[in-house]
Design a protein around this ligand. Structure first.
Ligand code: HEM
Length: 406
């Protein structure tokens, strides 16, 4: 399922993903469609028709109305995004691609593992990892690429904690993950790394069966009744990895870039660190890094935003536009860390709303907080136009972010 986004990416007109102007503005294809309705017809590159949802209320309906399905097995034609691997979802664990009631059971088993005690432990671990990495950057000089030095390792090590990956195996795990989820590597190499990762996680499941430890994966292995199969457990672990790694990493990298490019906002935040929680929500809204990755299929004819969405249609939520809906925000194209907190869709909505959002918020609060506090002179080391953007990816961000703090 890690490959699924690649399939979807090829089906989308490229101007829906590529940012040609300011890096923080929505892609040109989305901006061009502004004013053309909250639900717009979209032709995919294979000629198939779909709907693009750009309005906040309409997107909220799509994500909370059970007539819109996430099930890629019952509806295999969802923009051609069928997971290429197994097809018998009843035994799978990729619950992000399921509807209730199958989705409900697996999601509950996982949320049951995110206990208050575990979250507290994770929080102190996240702070330790963040401090260690910033201090390593400082010890090594006055310049670094923030992506490999900080933005990638932080969420990766958090997932190691969730899954209970041994310290000795972490470097190998991180390397497989980086290659499998990166766009910089050729597809064949990426597929091989994804295979290694799958085998690694299978091995982890077997190890937790034999010797449980105090981690979420062990909890899932030993507490589910009826028990989960090895395939379900491996899938659920991979889902955590795929959903929690790149997202948080790109929010850290792109979020830092956006703050550095908006010095007045950065100054406000530095002057009053109590603004950080609100600033993170504003960055989530403003950056909307999941560009067009939230997709459903209509199971019945549905009237939506003035159009008739026919049963069987693919519906694509355009997060960058939805989160700048002028009916909901004043000056939506402006980053404003003082903006009152408001509902946005960066974590989705409805039964599939991000299961890791509490954890993601902690990672971002500590990650950005320690970075800014420990590097008071942080700035870009290259002109902003030279920062390579993840233009071709469903999850937007930066490939690298050269910074200096001299
Ligand atoms: C689902 C965004 C971090 C785990 C989602 C969805 C969105 C999202 C939009 C909904 C997908 C849909 O409706 O089809 C984000 C963003 C993050 C982030 C922007 C970081 C800033 C995390 C983290 C974890 C995580 C850290 C776990 C460690 C999940 C899981 C789901 C999910 C398991 C599937 C939930 C379900 O299907 O019930 N995320 N996420 N996410 N996320 Fe996150």
């Amino acid at each position: 399922t890690i490959e699924t986004p690649t399939v979807l990416r090829r089906l989308l007109p490229v101007d829906l993903l590529e940012r040609t102007g300011r890096p923080f503005d929505p892609p040109a294809g989305l901006r061009r469609r502004r004013g053309a309705g909250a639900v717009q017809p979209l032709t995919l590159t294979n000629g198939a028709s779909a709907w693009l949802v750009t309005g906040l209320d309409e997107a909220r309906t799509v994500l909370s109305d059970e007539r819109f399905s996430s099930d890629r097995v019952r509806h295999p034609d969802v923009a051609g995004t069928t997971p290429p691997r197994r097809v018998d979802s009843r035994t799978d664990g990729m619950f992000v691609f399921m509807d209730p009631p199958e989705h409900t059971r697996l999601r509950r088993l996982l949320t049951g593992q995110f206990t208050v005690r575990r979250m507290r432990l994770l929080e102190s671990h996240i702070r330790e990892v963040a401090v260690r990495h910033v201090e390593a950057m400082r010890a090594a000089g006055t310049e670094a690429d923030l992506v490999p030095a900080y933005a990638l390792p932080l969420p990766s090590l958090v997932i190691c904690e969730l899954l209970g990956v041994d310290y000795a195996d972490r470097a190998r795990f991180q390397e497989h993950t980086a290659v499998a989820l990166s766009s910089n590597t050729p597809e064949r190499e990426r597929a091989r790394a994804a295979g290694e990762l799958y085998a690694f996680i299978q091995g982890l499941v077997t190890a937790k069966r034999a010797a449980p430890a105090d981690d979420i994966l062990s909890g899932l292995v030993h507490e589910a009744d009826p028990p989960l199969t090895d395939v379900q457990l491996t899938d659920m672990a991979l889902l955590l990895l795929a959903a929690g790694h790149e997202t948080t990493a790109n929010m850290l990298g792109l979020g830092t870039f956006a703050l550095l490019e908006n010095p007045d906002q950065l100054a406000a935040l530095r002057a009053d660190p109590a603004l950080l929680d609100g600033a993170i929500d504003e960055l989530l809204r403003y950056l909307s890094i999941i560009q067009v990755g939230v997709i459903r299929v209509a199971t019945e004819d549905v009237a939506l935003g003035g159009v008739e969405v026919a049963a069987g249609s693919t519906v694509i939520v355009a997060q960058p536009e939805v989160n700048r809906d002028p009916r909901h925000w004043d000056e939506p194209d402006r980053l404003d860390v003082l903006r009152p907190r408001s509902f946005h869709l960066a974590f989705g909505h409805g039964v599939h709303q991000c299961l890791g959002q509490q954890l993601a918020r902690i990672e971002l609060r500590i990650g950005l907080g320690e970075l800014l506090a420990r590097l008071p002179n942080l700035r870009l080391a290259v002109p902003a136009e030279q920062v390579p953007l993840r233009n071709e990816m469903l999850i937007f961000g930066v490939h690298s972010l050269p910074v200096t703090w001299a």
